[in-house]
Design a protein around this ligand. Structure first.
Ligand SMILES: *[C@@H]1O[C@H](CO)[C@@H](O)[C@H](O)[C@H]1NC(C)=O
Length: 320
């Protein structure tokens, strides 16, 4: 019905993101909640980046990847949350179609890069544990830089391609989107025009990309676990495991979440479920990942402690 109407109406240029319901007493609470989460996520991720840059012993491919992941997560929360927080504060839920598409592009680019970086990190751990002797030759700052650049180039070229297709279409979905940021996934047939190619493109990409990356990750982790189990001494086992446990947890959290997205809809969950999963991916994972590295990596929390002592000593000396 919307579509037939859309044809002879003026095209929609402004959308409305419904966010989290209408309850006026709920909005200040949500505002505070998301503000706190946003500030915490930004602080944590900045802290990781600063620590990796500042401490010489964190200048290794593994921590370069961790810092790069943190910068991606920093951008990731910054594409969705500031707008949401602003709209919870002002009550203004409108967004122009153009800004909406930009937000959609950024969200897509950053989530793809996040996934690629996690895969590159798997490869790094795989080399470190399964080919320890060749590791320094196969993985160093330069290789790591090439891999990071490769992730960005691949993702941005794909995003530009999709964007060019979208520019040729007109938006003919509903004016109101029941979501808290611009993601067209929950909208059925958001665009009209020659959508066939775009649909095939995104479908192939999603299938090949997701399955390929998942199998690759699985294979590297099977190798890693098999190699660790083969180490005779238990201290050696522990040591090898400790270098990849935080990454393993991060990857597991990520894939369990993705599986939840695919499996739970089969069980007829309440209508709020997709929104909760989006909060989880867009907001809580960037908050959780740095915490995992802080808590599980001795090198990271030792550096953090050192940095804190420096700060305390500085304040003591300068009497602030
Ligand atoms: C990302 O990785 C590159 C390449 O190794 C590294 O030089 C750079 O410092 C990393 N970025 C951050 C923010 O640490």
């Amino acid at each position: 019905m919307d579509k037939a109407e859309g044809k002879n109406q003026t095209p929609i240029m402004e959308l409305m993101l419904l966010g989290f319901g209408n309850g006026p007493e709920l909005q200040p609470l949500l505002f505070l909640l998301f503000l706190v989460i946003y500030l915490a996520a930004v602080t944590e991720n900045l802290l990781i980046i600063v620590l990796v840059m500042a401490y010489q012993h964190l200048h290794t491919p593994m921590y370069y990847f961790v810092a790069n992941l943190s910068s991606v997560e920093l951008c990731y929360v910054s594409t969705t949350l500031p707008r949401l927080i602003g709209s919870l504060l002002t009550g203004d839920r409108t967004i122009s179609l153009q800004n909406c598409i930009v937000q959609f592009d950024f969200y897509g680019i950053l989530s793809t890069i996040e996934c690629l970086l996690l895969t590159a990190m798997c490869y790094d751990r795989y080399l470190a544990i399964c080919h320890p002797l060749r590791y320094p030759a196969l993985m160093n700052g330069r290789v790591c830089g090439h891999m990071v650049a490769g992730c960005w180039i691949f993702t941005i070229s794909y995003a530009i391609m999709v964007h060019i297709f979208i520019l040729q279409l007109t938006y003919c979905g509903p004016k109101e989107i029941d979501h808290f940021f611009c993601d067209f996934a929950p909208v059925k047939d958001p665009f009209c025009g020659e959508t066939q190619t775009l649909q095939w493109l995104t479908f192939f990409f999603a299938v090949i990309f997701t399955i390929g990356i998942f199998l690759f990750t699985l294979a590297t982790y099977i190798c890693i676990v098999a190699n660790i189990l083969r180490i005779p001494s238990s201290t050696g086992k522990k040591k090898a495991f400790s270098t990849c446990s935080s990454h393993l947890i991060v990857v597991m959290v990520y894939y369990v979440s993705i599986m939840t997205v695919y499996v739970v809809p089969l069980l007829n969950p309440p209508a709020i479920f997709p929104k909760i999963m989006s909060v989880w991916f867009a907001v809580l994972i960037p908050l959780l990942n740095p915490l995992i590295y802080f808590l599980r990596n001795k090198e990271v929390h030792q550096s953090l402690r050192k940095a804190m002592w420096k700060l305390v000593a500085y304040r003591y000396r300068h009497g602030v």
